[in-house]
Design a binder for this molecule. Structure first.
Ligand code: C5P
Length: 396
């Protein structure tokens, strides 16, 4: 069964007799992990009531384009943005024609134009209407634009005809929807990722920190979401938007990052420590801004807690992955660090090359685990993240 974990499916229902099967389709999508919201055309409401689909989806059904109340809540642009997939089932001959013409004369066709999400249609109509050259031309136009078509199936139709035109079975449509997205190899797993730098305060306005951008940790979070994981980022201060379907907990210091990590441990299957945690913090944090004074001052620092080592010592312990940024003897130091910190996997980063790593969009790493290793060639951080997540799914 294909997975739809972390996916928002906007289900469009148009006015054909197959609309009664949309109720089952909502269930099939939910069983695969999807969040479902429904738009019905006026015609669809002649075949099945919005109340049925509201009860099943757990959300009010959207029916009108020009509805003041709806636009105050989730209006057509919000719906278009919310969707990871717009799935229209059944899609009638009329709707197929309107979509191919790019019309925006009701809520469903407007959202179809307004969304950047992929569009999938499950056509359902009389077999003669399906075979009509006009419908064939409209479908071809949509396919050329990248629209996915599922079905129709052949068989006995409600009108008594036999032939192609029946809406495909809901389970098959839901599987087709799931197959549009990346693997579900971490479906339902709970992943916690630390990302970005920490800030260790000296006084109310000053701190010790580093140049970590958080890009690698956020890319890992996106890859984990795509693999179906329930993903939380514990993030130091970064300038990055939270990837869709992740929860971001913002922290400043190593101490706060540790506190949140330990709080989440009971609900964590896999812990990835990608943050560039400050190794030292000032012994005291002054209440008031430190005044300029003598020519020389000495700052006394004390070690911060090692977050990933603390997590790896906990019981029960999540599958724990750390990072090692090294400039020489990268693999030997990384393997030693993995053992010392009690990690299950370590991602070794050669930071001798300033064009990759920390603030860059690219990275090149070697992933090590107790009885194996794999080098990942220089690539965009998103590509590296997907490969790391794949290795974690294989080893965890
Ligand atoms: O010891 P080092 O800082 O090189 O180890 C790097 C790894 O340990 C990274 O995975 C980093 O996120 C983690 N770490 C940590 N807490 C610290 C220092 C490092 O979790 N205080």
């Amino acid at each position: 069964m294909a997975h739809l974990f972390n996916r928002n499916v906007l289900l469009g229902v148009s006015g054909g007799i197959a609309a009664y099967k949309s109720a089952e389709l909502v269930r099939e999508l939910q069983e695969r992990g999807a969040q479902v919201r429904v738009i019905m055309t006026r015609g669809a409401q002649e075949f099945i009531t919005p109340l049925t689909l509201q009860a099943l989806s757990g959300h009010p059904v959207h029916t009108e384009l020009l509805d003041e109340r709806a636009e105050l809540g989730m209006g057509h642009i919000e719906l278009a943005r919310w969707a990871d997939l717009l799935l229209i089932a059944p899609a009638t001959a009329d709707l197929v024609a309107r979509l191919s013409a790019g019309r925006a004369d009701d809520l469903l066709s407007t959202v179809a134009l307004a969304t950047a999400a992929p569009l999938m249609l499950a056509p359902a109509m009389n077999q003669q209407m399906w075979k009509d050259p006009a419908t064939t031309a409209n479908i071809n136009t949509l396919v050329q634009r990248g629209v996915q078509i599922v079905g129709p199936a052949a068989g006995l139709q409600a009108c008594g005809d036999v032939g192609p035109g029946r809406m495909e079975a809901p389970a098959i449509i839901a599987d087709a929807a799931g197959s549009l997205f990346a693997t579900g190899e971490l479906a339902g797993k709970r992943i916690v990722i630390t990302a970005g730098p920490t800030r260790e305060a000296l006084d109310p306005v000053r701190y010790i920190s580093n140049n970590s951008s958080g890009k690698m940790g956020y890319a890992l979070a996106q890859a984990a979401v795509d693999a179906g994981a329930i993903t939380t980022i514990i993030s130091g201060p970064v300038n990055l938007a939270a990837p869709k379907h992740t929860q971001v907990l913002s922290v400043h210091s190593a101490e706060e990052m540790l506190e949140q990590s330990l709080r989440l441990l009971p609900e964590c299957d896999i812990f990835i420590a990608c943050a560039a945690v400050a190794d030292y913090r000032p012994v005291t944090i002054e209440d008031q801004k430190i005044k300029k004074g003598p020519e020389e001052v000495t700052l006394q620092l004390v070690r911060t807690p090692d977050i990933v080592a603390t997590v790896a010592k906990s019981s029960p312990k999540p599958y724990t992955v750390g990072f090692a940024a090294e400039t020489n003897d990268v693999l030997a130091y990384a393997r030693d660090k993995m053992q010392r910190k009690g990690l299950d996997m370590i991602v070794a980063n050669d930071v001798g090359d300033p064009s990759i790593g920390f603030n860059s969009d690219e990275n090149a790493v070697t992933v090590l685990w107790p009885d194996g290793q794999q080098a990942l060639e220089r690539a965009n951080k998103n590509t590296i993240a997907r490969q790391i997540v794949h290795l974690i799914a294989q080893q965890a």
